[in-house]
Design a protein around this ligand. Structure first.
Ligand SMILES: [Zn+2]
Ligand SMILES: [Zn+2]
Length: 325
């Protein structure tokens, strides 16, 4: 199994998780072009991706989502409230009652089915037209590969949408995915635990959480590779340039984990099972990578007996070399 963090931090988050047969992207928080560039840098073939999974609708997790999903023609997995919040974000002038929303989802499904029918009937024509559009897209850095006008007009249209519910596991290929609810100021935020049926390896992502509630602590047991938030240094945040309201938001129970909170989890609740702990979602303004690293390493050292537990730092500016187990 493999984890490749393409980017992590307040300006964008995106990670590839791959098993023997399945490859998914968790979040798409940079432009499509930048994500493609980063995948090329670490030799992750974008065309081999089976799906995109979204933790929550904040911009640093979805910035390149629609363009990337349409370009790769792969399904996007959301919780329903997250999908709805994302659609509203993409179409801010549209107000929608819940009944209208259901109708919208139904119409989209029908449009996609119609599109699929056309493509199945004329595979050659579609391949041709999509490759032409792909070329045009790479020239512009944007793409519009849906031949149907209705789909084109809708900035929130996706090749396919699948829903999951935090707390309920689901499968994509040979990956079992357990989404767990995180405390964060979004519609229905979650983290993920990935397990490969054939390799009995478990990898988890837990960023964007204000504190470590019991459900997250128990989800993060027996993890081999753990991407864990270590967002800010408390003193730097308090003395830093953010406006008061933003400081309050970050510090709140629906904000982000501080280095201290992460260290507390590692020292008290973490089971010491991981081969790698990757610290992520570091604030560029209110943290220093060395501080986050030191704080986590000290916390783990206090556990004494632990082997493995190599601590790595995910970067905003460049991908982290793939972690393979
Ligand atoms: Zn967030
Ligand atoms: Zn975030």
């Amino acid at each position: 199994m493999r984890m490749t963090v393409l980017t992590s931090g307040s300006k964008g988050n995106s990670t590839v998780i791959a098993s023997a047969e399945t490859r998914v992207l968790v979040d798409a928080g940079l432009s499509c072009r930048e994500l493609m560039k980063r995948m090329a840098m670490v030799k992750e073939d974008p065309s081999a991706l089976d799906a995109i999974l979204i933790t929550h609708e904040h911009q640093d997790h979805v910035a390149g989502l629609s363009v990337l999903a349409r370009r790769l023609r792969i399904p996007v997995y959301f919780s329903e409230p997250t999908h709805r919040a994302w659609v509203r974000q993409m179409t801010p002038r549209t107000t929608m009652t819940y009944a209208q929303w259901l109708e919208h989802v139904q119409k989209e499904k029908e449009a996609r089915a119609a599109l699929d029918a056309v493509e199945t009937a004329n595979p050659e024509m579609c391949e041709q037209s999509s490759s032409v559009q792909m070329e045009a897209a790479s020239a512009e850095g944007e793409e519009e590969d849906a031949p149907e006008a209705a789909v084109k007009r809708d900035p929130a249209s996706l090749p396919a949408v699948e829903y999951f519910q935090p707390g309920t596991s689901f499968c994509i290929g040979d990956l079992t995915i357990a989404p767990f609810t995180t405390p964060h100021d979004a519609a229905d935020p979650c983290g993920f635990v990935f397990e490969s049926a054939t390799e009995s390896i478990r990898m988890a992502l837990a960023t964007d959480l204000g504190y470590m509630p019991p459900n997250v602590r128990s989800a993060l047991q027996r993890i081999d590779v753990l991407l864990l938030e270590s967002n800010h240094d408390l003193e730097m945040l308090k003395d830093g340039p953010y406006p008061w309201a933003v400081k309050q938001r970050v510090l709140s129970r629906v904000g982000h984990l501080s280095n201290d909170a992460t260290a507390e989890f590692l020292a008290r609740d973490y089971d010491g099972n991981a081969t790698y702990i990757v610290l992520g979602h570091l604030s560029e303004t209110n943290n220093v990578p060395e501080l986050a690293l030191l704080s986590a390493e000290e916390a783990i050292r206090e556990r004494g007996k632990l082997l493995g537990n190599r601590v790595l730092l995910a970067q905003q500016s460049e991908p982290l070399a793939s972690i393979c187990l």
